[in-house]
Structures are given as structure tokens and as C-alpha cells.
Write a protein that binds this ligand. Structure first.
Ligand code: AMP
Length: 224
């Protein structure tokens, strides 16, 4: 039995950064649905084109596509001791699906919300730049690269995600409020929810998350 660590929080809350830091500490793999769907959208197939349109507009990809993508990915061997979810679940239907997946895999769900004020989220998202080579992330307001538009690590050009434009960001944040906030209420009711303050240095946030994960593992071990 392992843990499924669900990192929740609006876009720009730092889920991706925290997922990487937690993966390094715990050895658990990251299952980031946004990245997986972006990769699928690169493919020149009807499904790829459909996902690309939905993502660029800032809408949500359908629950049935997510069900397929997440079930398939998390049944691979590297997920047998648990995994970290970034970007999933985003709807109540997906939350129920995750409970089915967790039950069939014998894992325990632990939900951690990274909470960040809205004005800060907007700057984090509009300023976000990603390296086209190594995937390193920068922010023109908070963590600029030394040379504008170029990665410090491998010298490759930085790009702006197609869904990080202001219109799509506003839509994604409104969607978050509409579809995903009710999920947090649900997880609070069933007792899975933990909350950390995301307006702190990433190392501090990571420390708090690691404490929650380790307390959760101790509880699971005690129940066995
Ligand atoms: P993210 O990188 O998590 O911000 O996701 C980028 C985009 O991928 C979202 O705006 C959605 O179009 C799509 N996406 C990622 N995860 C999900 C999900 N769990 N349900 C529906 N769509 C998703």
C-alpha cells in the first residue's frame, strides 16, 4: 500500500515546482495530467488536435479522456508504491474516479492544497517562461533568466505556454473556482484535505508538504 499525493491549488500556485521537490525527497513519480495532455496534443491525430484546441482555449479536457490517460499511466510499475498527482482531479467526477483507482491499486489518498492569493497567481502565470530544452521554469517578475528569453542551464530559448495568455488565464482561474473549489469542500468533508501556505519560499512550502506526507504514511502504517 502506498500513497497517492494529490497536489491541489489554482494554476500558478506552485504545484509543478512542489511536485518536483516532493518527487526528489520521496522517490515517487509525478503524474502531471497537463504535461501528459500537452504531449498528446503534439500528435497529429484527431484526438491530439481536439486536445490542442481545448487546451489553448483554457477549457477542460473531457473526463473520459482523463480517465483513460490517468488509469493507463498509474497502472505502470513505477506507480506501485504510490505517486504524486499534479493537475488531477479537477472535477467531482474525476475525484470519484480517483477513489476507484486508489481502491483498486490499494493506495491511500492524501490531498494537499497549496493556497496562494489571486493577485500573486496572475503575476506568476503571466510571467512564467519555460525552457524548450530542459523544461526549467523562470518568471520575468520573480525569477528572470540571466539573459532574456534564454535558459541559464542549457542556453535554449524560453517559451510561453500557449495557455498562459491573459484571456486563457482568466478563464482557467474562473474554471478553477467553478469546477475545482467544490472539490476542496468535498475533500475537507471526507477528511483527506491538508492546506499549506503557498506564499512562502519553495523550500519552506516543500518542508511543510513533506511533514504532511510523512504523517500520512505513519497513519497508514498504523492502520495496517
Ligand atoms: P495544467 O498544466 O495542469 O495547468 O493543465 C493545462 C491544461 O490541460 C488545462 O487547462 C486543461 O485544458 C488540461 N487539463 C489538465 N489536467 C486536466 C484535468 N484533470 N481535467 C481536464 N483537463 C485537464
Amino acid at each position: 500500500m502506498g500513497s497517492i499525493i494529490v497536489l491541489m491549488g489554482a494554476q500558478g500556485a506552485g504545484k509543478g515546482t512542489q511536485a518536483k521537490m516532493l518527487a526528489e525527497r520521496s522517490g515517487l513519480p509525478i503524474v502531471a495530467t497537463g504535461d501528459m495532455l500537452r504531449a498528446a496534443a503534439e500528435e497529429d491525430t484527431p484526438l491530439g488536435r481536439q486536445i490542442r484546441e481545448v487546451q489553448t482555449a483554457g477549457h477542460l479536457v473531457s473526463d473520459s479522456v482523463l480517465a483513460e490517460v490517468v488509469s493507463r499511466r498509474t497502472s505502470l510499475d513505477d506507480c506501485s508504491n504510490g505517486y504524486i498527482l499534479d493537475g488531477f482531479p479537477r472535477t467531482l467526477t474525476q475525484a470519484r474516479l480517483l477513489e476507484e483507482i486508489a481502491a483498486s491499486q490499494g493506495h491511500r489518498i492524501c490531498v494537499i492544497e497549496i493556497s496562494v492569493p489571486r493577485e500573486l497567481l496572475f503575476k506568476r502565470l503571466t510571467g512564467r517562461r519555460t525552457c524548450s530544452g530542459c523544461g526549467a521554469t523562470y518568471n520575468i517578475y520573480f525569477k528572470p533568466s540571466k539573459e532574456e528569453g534564454i535558459c541559464d542551464l542549457d542556453g535554449k530559448p524560453l517559451f510561453i505556454r500557449s495557455d498562459d495568455n491573459e484571456e486563457a488565464i482568466a478563464k482557467r482561474l474562473a474554471l478553477y473556482d467553478e469546477m475545482t473549489l467544490p472539490l476542496l469542500d468535498y475533500y475537507a468533508q471526507v477528511g483527506y484535505l491538508h492546506r499549506v501556505d503557498g506564499d512562502a519560499p519553495p523550500e519552506e512550502v516543500s518542508e511543510r508538504i513533506a511533514e504532511i506526507v510523512s504523517a500520512n504514511e505513519k497513519r497508514s502504517a498504523a492502520e495496517r
